[in-house]
Design a protein around this ligand. Structure first.
Ligand code: ZN
Length: 248
């Protein structure tokens, strides 16, 4: 195992343009629940609350559940060692960017600067009428559904709902990074969510090496992964940091 970590550290040190691609698995250890699986959010809540049509027609009902899941509960969640590890790599110019499928803002809280939010963010709300954005902390979520102070349009979390397209800039930037990078660190994502799952495949097709960190083998493991580090994200980060000692 340590041999694999040593090889992974060498790849990181020798790469000219490394990019991280993260998913729910990196935030689980911060206490963010996953959506799928027996204890996932969808075992308790009906996924229709994140269906854009349902949300638009039933904003009060959808918002009551959305507030519980994404705003009350996640209020006190903090980044973990894996988030900080990526932020450290970026500071030392060993990582170009983080493309994340997560909407929890934890990469930025850990200090990462170049973060591409493939599915948007829960940190802001966007007006469905005039498209003005508001920080969640300036919106009163005790009176639901929240309305735009400027035009009274319905405010929606600024992340991607079912049936909504990927934000254009995030998509373009992600494709560009996937094509240009020479190393991709895939962390805590199993490659089941389309079209995000294509990002590491595109990187591989364009010549990048793939280091994968997951607790279980994924769709990537036996197809595009060069080095599979089977550990929790925080554990793998700690081991990689030790292998990189002196460098970060
Ligand atoms: Zn508005």
């Amino acid at each position: 195992m340590s041999n694999l970590y040593n090889q992974a550290a060498e790849l990181i040190k020798n790469s000219k343009k490394a990019v991280a691609f993260t998913g729910a698995g990196i935030s689980v250890e911060s206490g963010i629940p996953t959506f799928r699986g027996p204890n996932g959010l969808w075992s308790k809540y009906d996924p229709k609350i994140l269906d854009i049509d349902y949300f638009t027609l039933n904003p009060k009902d959808a918002w009551e559940k959305i507030k519980e899941i994404f705003y009350d509960y996640m209020q006190n969640i903090k980044p973990n060692d894996a988030h900080y590890f990526l932020a450290d790599l970026e500071k030392e110019k060993m990582l170009e960017a983080v493309i994340t499928q997560n909407i929890d803002n934890l990469h930025q809280e850990a200090g990462s600067k170049n973060v591409i939010e493939f599915h948007g963010t829960a940190k802001n709300l966007v007006c469905m009428n005039c498209f003005k954005k508001y920080d969640k902390d300036v919106v009163d979520l005790n009176d639901l559904p929240p309305a735009c102070p400027k035009c009274w349009g319905l405010l929606k979390p600024n992340f991607v709902f079912f049936k909504e397209p990927i934000p254009k800039k995030a998509l373009e930037k992600s494709l560009e990074l996937a094509q240009d990078c020479d190393l991709m660190l895939v962390i805590g994502t199993t490659g089941e969510i389309q079209p995000a799952s294509q990002i590491p495949i595109l990187a591989k097709e364009n010549g990048a090496k793939i280091i994968e960190i997951n607790i279980e083998p994924s769709n990537y493991t036996n197809t595009i992964t060069d080095i599979f580090l089977q550990d929790k994200a925080t554990v793998a980060s700690k081991k990689l940091k030790e292998e990189l000692k002196g460098a970060i």
